[in-house]
Design a protein around this ligand. Structure first.
Ligand SMILES: [Zn+2]
Length: 302
């Protein structure tokens, strides 16, 4: 097969579809705001419209990376946050298959990003990749033998809820205290900065200030990066990947401190496992979704 495939990225603020060739290159791309407040039917409608524009050049299945935890058996949403109201319970695979007339494979967007990066990005030619996504929150995903390791609930690789030293007073997105996400995420940077200064800024602004000489912001960013790096080093010993990749809006600000503690904490048997910035940026989910479509096993039951 040499024809391109279509990958779809459904996020809380924007939805995109892309025509991706068999080398993981994006040939064409469509994007629109996600009508999150209008509900799941409207979101699915936008995703289907964007994909339909590109389907003519393709045959076979369509892949989707979406916000939320995806049931690996059904391609439906087990759980989603308020960024997509009503998305929990939405049968994304079946609903899009009905609209597109194609088989549809669905995974979580961070899983898709890991698959994309391991195929055509920073993890190219590496079979086993751990990816962490540092955005507003902290997500993670695992690719083993070139396939997403979804776990029993579609939630394997969620590194954000590991215990983290220094996070004891900080509330995680899951509601508990002391988790890595409460430190090493945009919201974590914002919360830590507010505790230190009484000033409430976005995580992005804290990262920007750290780069331009605000000593408190730099301390907050370095502390978060150091804990992230040390935690990832421990995970390397558990998971034995070929590489660890970091993506997301806060990745570049956390990586310098994370790299130092990562190297310092790596057990000797894994000293050659690199910690790398992801390279596909906003295309990672689309490319990974396309890879998911390519990897769809031939159906024999119909
Ligand atoms: Zn948590």
């Amino acid at each position: 097969m040499t024809t391109p495939v279509v990958g779809i990225d459904i996020g809380g603020t924007k939805t995109a579809a892309a025509l991706v060739d068999r080398a993981g290159r994006v040939l064409e791309r469509r994007e629109a705001p996600t009508p999150a407040r209008a509900g799941p039917e409207a979101v699915l409608g936008v995703a289907a419209r964007l994909a339909t524009d590109l389907l003519g050049a393709t045959t076979g299945p369509v892949g989707v990376g979406t916000a939320g935890t995806v049931d690996p058996a059904t391609g439906g949403i087990r759980y989603a946050t308020d960024s997509l109201p009503g998305w929990t319970g939405t049968p994304v695979a079946d609903a899009l298959a009905a609209r597109l007339g194609r088989e549809v494979r669905v995974t979580n967007d961070v899983n898709a990003a890991a698959l994309g990066e391991s195929w055509a990005g920073a993890g190219r030619d590496r079979a086993h990749v751990l990816l962490v996504a540092v955005g507003t929150g902290l997500g993670g995903a695992l690719v083993r033998d070139g396939r997403v390791e979804a776990g029993a609930r579609g939630a394997a690789g969620e590194v954000g809820h590991l215990p983290a030293p220094g996070a004891e007073q900080l509330r995680c997105g899951c509601g508990r205290y002391g988790h890595l996400e409460a430190l090493a995420s945009g919201s974590g940077l914002a919360a830590a900065y507010a505790i230190e200064t009484g000033t409430h800024l976005t995580g992005r602004t804290v990262a920007e200030r750290a780069a331009t000489g605000d000593g408190v912001a730099r301390l907050v960013v370095e502390r978060a990066g150091a804990v992230l790096g040390a935690t990832l080093a421990g995970l390397v010993a558990l998971l034995d990947p070929d590489a660890v990749l970091v993506t997301g809006g806060a990745a570049s600000s956390l990586l310098p401190a994370a790299s130092v503690s990562y190297s310092a904490e790596l057990a000797s048997g894994w000293a050659d496992v690199p910690l790398l910035p992801a390279t596909l940026g906003a295309d990672a989910v689309l490319v990974g979704a396309a890879r998911l479509a390519i990897d769809t096993p031939e159906r024999t039951d119909r």
